[in-house]
Design a protein around this ligand. Structure first.
Ligand SMILES: [Zn+2]
Length: 180
């Protein structure tokens, strides 16, 4: 898989990051109008990993296909040698505190998207967008993005074991290690 130099990824992130941030806020605000809170069962299942505040404020928008437009420059990216998913065909995608999903999510997927909700809160939409774009190009595509690797790692830990862990604390460790 191809990847780009640090100078190139920083430059691309500086230019495209703000556009992606604007795109994320627009999707969030539009989807929030019809999105609903987590079910009581979901809150109960996730309360050992997330704060009540986060579980209360998150919203879920269900639609198949996902009613979202392509991010800025997406048609161009499809020509690059990158691991790149189709936004409307992914199982779920998170815009700040709004999770858009094609079908009712199983707990591992909901958990994964909740990790992104916390990342958004800690970073803000602007920095999240810049780091996501930067990680995308530096890592050669979706699976190389540190924000995704962080979420995938914790999702796997959630699947593997019953013992509780604090997602926000774990994300803070990723920050400390400069993995973003
Ligand atoms: Zn993810």
């Amino acid at each position: 898989m191809g990847s780009f130099s640090r100078w190139a990824t920083d430059s691309i992130a500086a230019v495209i990051g703000p556009l992606v941030g604007r795109y994320i806020r627009a999707q969030r605000d539009r989807l929030a109008l019809t999105a609903t809170p987590l079910s009581e069962i979901s809150k109960l299942r996730l309360r050992q990993h997330f704060s009540d505040d986060d579980l209360e404020r998150v919203r879920v928008a269900l639609a198949n296909p996902l009613p979202i437009t392509d991010p800025p420059f997406y048609p161009l990216f499809r020509w690059l040698p990158l691991d790149i998913p189709e936004p409307s065909l992914v199982d779920a995608i998170t815009f700040d505190y709004v999770i858009a999903a094609r079908e009712t999510m199983g707990f591992p997927l909901l958990f994964h998207e909740m990790v992104h909700v916390i990342q958004y809160r800690l970073l803000g939409v602007k920095a999240f967008a810049r780091l996501y774009v930067k990680g995308f190009f530096a890592g050669g595509g979706y699976h190389g993005i540190p924000l995704e690797r962080c979420a995938l790692e914790m999702e796997q830990r959630f699947i593997n074991g019953p013992e509780p862990f604090d997602v926000e604390g774990e994300i803070a460790k990723w920050f400390a290690d400069k993995l973003f």
